[in-house]
Design a protein around this ligand. Structure first.
Ligand SMILES: [Zn+2]
Length: 539
């Protein structure tokens, strides 16, 4: 009998949406497929004001079962000499001498966040757009120590004897960039501006050069595995699926994907190319297995236009700023209704970074339908990157007073967390709040939704597409549906992907209902295997 040589171990993304961390081992070679932030488990213990202690390094995430106990995998500066004594008895403990890299599917934190903990010499393989988004998100946001994907600030111990006695220096601005191997763009094709952005870019004067450890991008062909990277359509640009050639055959990892966005063609191409490899195994997401149909991005445009067309007050559009498709949808609606789309500086920063790679993404300077809303407090004490954005696009800046005086000229891209700007804007009664995002998934989000409804009531705004609580569940009224397109394929589309790629083995991940595939593919030739957390599969 031939011994199976390829092993898959699932450290996250099992019976949950997100937190994917899948270890693939083939003889000496080892790869992780994503290394995501485990939102579901994190929320069991933590909230905004109760977080893992950054000063305790790896201790808190290991002790709370957020991070697998794999000695040798994580950053030295987060360990203490005694740290592993507590975890060597754990059933999933292992010493990992080497890792060839992480294959990152896209820049959503439930797939990328915990890369923050990995040793800095472990390469991260990704598309160029994904790499740039991880950097733009960090440059323009406040990343907690457990979400620093593109670069991190190493902690410095004053006393190295143990975590209880360690004191970490505060105000450390040193930044170490991770090694990214780019899978879809030749490095020589990148523009000097793109390379400049990667090497700290738009705000490089902000820190002393000695504090910045820059790492030029390399190529995914440096990896010891033969890899294929397939672009797919998802609610963030740069998403991909991966193919890994192993001694058992090709293993395909879908990441997150759909057919109903603006890049649906890339998902179709992925299926054809993956099927042609006659794969041994397909690791497939199943977020929306129970949904029968999808709302397409095109319908969001049509429904959004209909909702906004006759409105003569202010429009606030609430959607994820990293969902470029949605931003372009609302930009088109703004143009078609004679308004301007006002984005926040962090959205402008992200757009500028993506434009460096994809010229078809709007250039803020040239795009007449776009302006940048500089928030009231930031305009008094802006951080350096905001100052840079606001200087570069000076003619595009609008302030609260501009919006207040001409409310029918704007669609403001705000989320719930930007509503504290409203006292400066004073929206006219009857102005519209267009909700174009998903329904609440947990109690904390439900509390935020109640607050959101209070804000709308207070300012006499009319909500559209907004989930409403009824008999303990939150639903968008039927007449207001179709203002949000999910990032994930529905059940029939996922079954089509499975059948057309037709692997020997299908392994569902990123799903609360993995048994769906067992039920629906019973009569097919495909062998469905349901993994367990920390469990090992041999293929
Ligand atoms: Zn995603």
């Amino acid at each position: 009998m031939v011994e199976p040589m390829v092993q898959l171990t699932f450290y996250g993304g099992i019976n949950e949406i997100g937190g994917n961390k899948i270890l693939l081992e083939d003889n000496e070679g080892k790869l992780f497929l994503d290394f995501g932030f485990p939102y579901k488990r994190h929320k069991l213990f933590y909230e905004e004001y109760l977080k893992p202690r950054s000063g305790a390094g790896l201790l808190d995430p290991l002790a709370m079962g957020l991070l697998p106990p794999l000695e040798g995998l994580y950053r030295d500066d987060l360990e203490t000499p005694v740290l592993w004594q507590d975890f060597r008895h754990a059933s999933t403990y292992r010493k990992l001498e080497r890792l060839d890299g992480v294959l990152l599917s896209h820049a959503h934190l439930d797939h990328s966040g915990y890369i923050a903990f990995l040793r800095e010499d472990i390469p991260v393989y990704a598309t160029a757009v994904t790499a740039f988004i991880t950097k733009a998100m960090q440059d323009s946001g406040k990343s907690d120590f457990d979400q620093q994907v593109c670069y991190f600030s190493p902690t410095t111990r004053e006393c190295p004897t143990g975590w209880k006695q360690t004191a970490y220096l505060t105000g450390n601005i040193a930044k170490h960039q991770r090694q990214f191997g780019i899978a879809d763009v030749k490095l020589e094709d990148l523009s000097p501006e793109a390379i400049q952005f990667w090497n700290w870019g738009f705000w490089e004067k902000a820190a002393k050069q000695k504090d910045l450890v820059s790492r030029p991008m390399t190529s995914h062909s440096d990896c010891s595995f033969n890899l294929r990277c397939f672009h797919v359509d998802h609610s963030i640009p740069g998403a991909c699926a991966w193919g890994i050639e192993t001694s058992s055959g090709w293993v395909i990892y879908s990441g997150d994907l759909r057919f109903h966005g603006k890049r649906a063609e890339s998902t179709r191409r992925f299926i054809d190319e993956a099927a042609a490899l006659r794969p041994k195994a397909l690791i497939l997401e199943g977020t929306n297995v129970l949904r029968e149909t999808n709302v397409a991005e095109r319908e969001v445009y049509e429904n959004g236009l209909k909702a906004i067309y006759d409105s003569n007050g202010l429009i606030i559009a609430d959607f994820s700023p990293r969902d470029l498709d949605r931003l372009l949808t609302f930009l088109q609606i703004a143009k078609d209704t004679g308004r301007k789309l006002a984005i926040l500086p962090k959205d402008a920063y992200l757009l500028k970074a993506m434009h460096l790679l994809e010229p078809e993404i709007p250039d803020i300077t040239q795009e007449t339908g776009l302006v940048i809303y500089q928030d009231t407090i930031a305009s008094r004490y802006p951080s350096l990157w905001v100052r840079h954005i606001c200087q570069e696009y000076e003619s595009k800046i609008v302030l609260a007073d501009d919006v207040r005086s001409t409310q029918d000229q704007f669609i403001l891209c705000f989320s719930f967390f930007d509503l504290n700007e409203l006292p400066s804007i004073c929206p006219k009664p009857g102005s519209l709040y267009v909700y174009s995002s998903s329904e609440p998934h947990d109690e904390e989000q439900e509390i935020d939704f109640r607050r959101l409804h209070n804000w709308l009531k207070h300012f006499e705004l009319k909500g559209v597409g907004l989930p409403i609580e009824s008999n303990g569940s939150w639903r968008v009224p039927d007449s207001e549906k179709g203002l949000h397109a999910s990032g994930h394929a529905c059940g029939p589309d996922l079954l089509r992907i499975a059948r057309e790629i037709n692997p020997e083995v299908l392994i569902p991940v990123h799903s609360e209902y993995p048994g769906f595939y067992v039920d629906q593919l019973r009569s097919s030739q495909i062998n469905i295997i349901l993994p367990t957390v920390g469990g090992k599969l041999e293929i």
